[in-house]
Write a protein that binds this ligand. Sequence first.
Ligand code: GLN
Length: 478
Amino acid sequence: MNLTTLTITQTHQGLKDKKFSALELANAYLDKIKQSDKDIFAYLHVTEKLAIEQAKKIDDLIFKNEKLPLLAGIPCAIKDNILIKGEQSTAGSKILENYIAPYDAGVIKKLNKQGSVFLGKTNLDEFAMGSSTENSAFGPTKNPCDLERVPGGSSGGSAAAVAADECAFALGSDTGGSVRLPASFCGVVGLKPSYGAVSRNGLIAFASSLDQIGPITKTVEDAKIVFNAIRGRDEMDSTSVEINPASAKTTAWQSKIQNLRIGVPKEYFVKGINPEVEKTIRSAIKQYEKMGAKIKEISLPHTKYALAVYYIISPSEASANLARFDGIKYGYSESKNQDNLLDVYLQTRGKGFGKEVRRRIMLGIYALSAGYYDAYYLKAQKVRTRIIEDFNKAFQDIDVIMAPVSPTTAFKLGEKVDDPITMYLSDIFTISVNLAGLPALSLPCGKVDNLPVGLQLIGNVFEEEKILDIARELEYRV
Ligand code: GLN
């Protein structure tokens, strides 16, 4: 049996039935990583010792015939901006190259409670800033579907690890599309939860009003299982809330799809979208129509400002969040070579941060500076409210929004690295969701030139369960 191709549910069943042990399972994944990750480079760091220790504990439970939580013994990969106590957490940056996490992130505590097995930390764009994983200080990850192409970003390592069967599931983080874009480019499922649904404690902050941790999985059902395991209130994150658990049973959505009202925003099908991608998305939506759903064209008129708003708000928050990396408390430091404090700061940050991170910090500081604050930051916040209102209005008449995740399929490595604006445009269909705090899912819905295309399902706030169930109805058909 090929253990690394199983879904979470199948793996769980296999462990329960004692078809294989947790240790055999962990070793199968560790072997698979050894074999294929030299080409893909999904992992920055493999936590082999930890994985084996955790797997053995689960085997003890199985031996004693104790009840196994759904994620017990399931091998997973964690984006390297999420802290696992005692393990490295670089966030893809040289400035944190030698940083060892002193505590577990909220999501890691929850996965530990279930008994998940951590295989390692995955590659990402430095501090999650990017759309291709090429901004990692340690080199790019490659797309398992085509090694000459990017896996998307910033959670490119996590999506590539899932797509290449180098883990059963992974966690990523999504500030402007970083779970959904790589999921779409690698042909796997990615869920960005509603703001507040999942704790951000122990996630190295990029833009705190937008960041959310989300699962990347092989199937929609798996995404639901992982989301249920990590969601909920955490005392260490005051923005996190308890929401009703998504029910594990398969809901009879097929009958509900009869009355489902799907909104298709016209602003998401504009010039510049690859016509074949558009065709694939439209035919996926058509499938829902065939199942009885009502399709309605809607308008989200402030969509055209979303990219500008995002690139004011997220760098502003990032400039404040990244101020803590000053060569004194964390990681890389130039303190030995300098004789005054200001030079320690300047040299450490100048050498420790990569080009894109420095660009964002400068953008953010500029947008927040006295004299420009009203013109940029304050205005962006006002337009953000308009974007939220667009969604609120739309959800009065529809149940779910469907759109592409990205205007293109995975692009070639190196194709956009020298042109930040073109790179920023990759996120045009994903960032509004973060600005509005909504849940959204990327579902593989077909291929163009052999490269995966992701359909985006956007729900109203805290409607994760609904979009997961709706997605499952199409998943069976593609
Ligand atoms: N690509 C976007 C950016 O560079 C989004 C990144 C993310 O979601 N972390 O900001």
